[in-house]
Ligand binder design. Structure first.
Ligand code: ASP
Ligand code: MG
Length: 413
């Protein structure tokens, strides 16, 4: 008998019918002998609807009041799920974040969990109840309601699993797991049986929006096995853990992440001397623009070129800042391109294998795709390409690394 924390997202509780189906699912796990703590999101669209109400009054609602408003969405679903469980003869109790005592800091709209009291929940489980907790919300030390940021129910579930020392945290959603890449781009994309936390962070931060990134960080930090699975179909989903696949089966590359919303900026002919990188990037950072890749060319004739990427939304603002800095530094020229995209190969298998980068570049070259920038880390190789080559590039790489085949089967070439 093990304790499982399950989280059901907005679409999984999007209607009364679906909430009843979640109740049946939970009961199934009870029958298999598990203790179950359920975390639910608001019904799909509800959080947006509530946001809309506030924004109909003002574009800048007070963050504290916004949290009081947004937290109501999840309060509805915890009650409805408990009503559905009770109707079927299964004792259940619902708790809001403050009732559990999910203590957070006071950063309204993006609060972080500091502590969870697990005592009551353990007592309820011992009494044979299903415990249903509102996701996405907590309470600060002054008793104010807080919320954890969009998608925050994932984090609630992981934090509860850590606090309760659950055997597994299961995230039920509308996809049946984590894929080698986006199946809308590559129809042959394959569901991964398992992936490491590190890989998942790389995949998630680059647009595979399956899980809130913070929940993955949290799960990694507290070593909570995390499983993503479908609410609507049976299946094992994808397990996210520390354990890497055994060496025999270890794939070189686990997945391909990509992001369309990239922009590239270059400042040419800046003096090659200490403090220049800081002079260029300092004012950009001061505007809260997140800089991703940075490349500085080897200096020549006392000057150098400096290229970096930012999110496309920050392009205009960054260009403006860069133009100002260019004048101050006496740079030769500023260039920008906001039609770029980033493709990344992700895999812990890269640590122990050479030659992956060259195979990647070869695959892109075969398709005539020009690489504009390259960056590497221990488990990731990223390239910036023209946006129009994004899909082609992802497909070519998926094929070159045989990601459509299960590892350990038909050859690793
Ligand atoms: N209901 C919240 C949102 O829509 C939290 C969640 O679903 O995880 O962002
Ligand atoms: Mg969600």
């Amino acid at each position: 008998m093990s304790l499982i924390v399950q989280k059901y997202g907005g679409t999984s509780v999007g209607s009364i019918e679906r909430i009843e189906r979640v109740a049946e699912k939970v009961i199934g796990y009870r029958h298999r002998g598990h203790d179950v703590v359920v975390v639910v999101s608001a019904m799909s669209g509800e959080t947006d609807r509530l946001l809309g109400l506030a924004r109909a009054i003002t574009s800048r609602p007070k963050p504290r009041e916004l949290d009081v408003l947004l937290a109501t969405g999840e309060q509805v679903t915890i009650a409805l799920l408990c009503i559905a469980l009770e109707k079927r003869g299964y004792p259940a109790l619902s708790y809001t974040g403050s009732q559990v005592h999910i203590l957070t800091d006071s950063a309204f709209n993006k609060a972080r969990i500091k502590e969870i009291e697990a005592r009551h929940i353990h007592a309820d489980l011992e009494a044979g109840r299903v415990v249903v907790v509102a996701g996405f919300q907590g309470i600060d030390e002054h008793g104010n309601i807080t919320t954890l940021g969009r998608g925050g129910s994932d984090t609630t579930a992981v934090a509860l699993a850590a606090a309760l020392k659950a055997a597994e945290c299961q995230i039920f959603t509308d996809v049946d797991g984590v894929y080698t890449t986006d199946p809308r781009v590559v129809p042959e994309a394959r569901r991964l049986d398992r992936i490491t936390f590190e890989e998942m962070l790389e995949m998630a931060s680059l647009g595979s929006k399956v899980l809130q990134i913070r929940s993955v960080e949290f799960a990694g930090k507290y070593n909570v096995p995390l499983r993503v699975l479908s609410s609507f179909e049976e299946g094992e989903g994808t397990l996210i853990t520390y354990e890497e696949a055994t060496l025999m089966e270890e794939p070189l590359v686990s997945g391909i992440a990509f992001s369309r919303n990239e922009a590239k900026l270059t400042i040419l002919g800046v003096p090659d001397r200490p403090g220049v990188a800081y002079k260029i990037l300092g004012p950009i950072a001061a505007e809260n623009v997140e800089v991703d890749m940075i490349v500085q060319n080897i200096g020549q004739d006392g000057t150098t070129d400096f290229t970096f990427t930012v999110g496309r939304n920050d392009y205009e603002r960054s260009l403006e800042i860069l133009n100002t800095q260019a004048k101050e530094l006496g740079a030769r020229k500023v260039e920008g391109d906001n039609k770029t995209a980033k493709i990344s190969l992700v895999g812990v298998g890269m640590r122990s294998h050479a030659g992956i980068a060259s195979r990647m570049f070869q695959a892109l070259a075969t398709e005539g795709i020009n690489i504009r920038m390259i960056s590497t880390s221990e488990i990731k190789i990223s390239v910036v390409v023209d946006e129009k080559y994004l899909e082609l590039g992802v497909r070519a790489l998926h094929e070159a690394f045989h990601l459509d085949r299960a590892p350990g089967t038909a050859g690793r070439a």
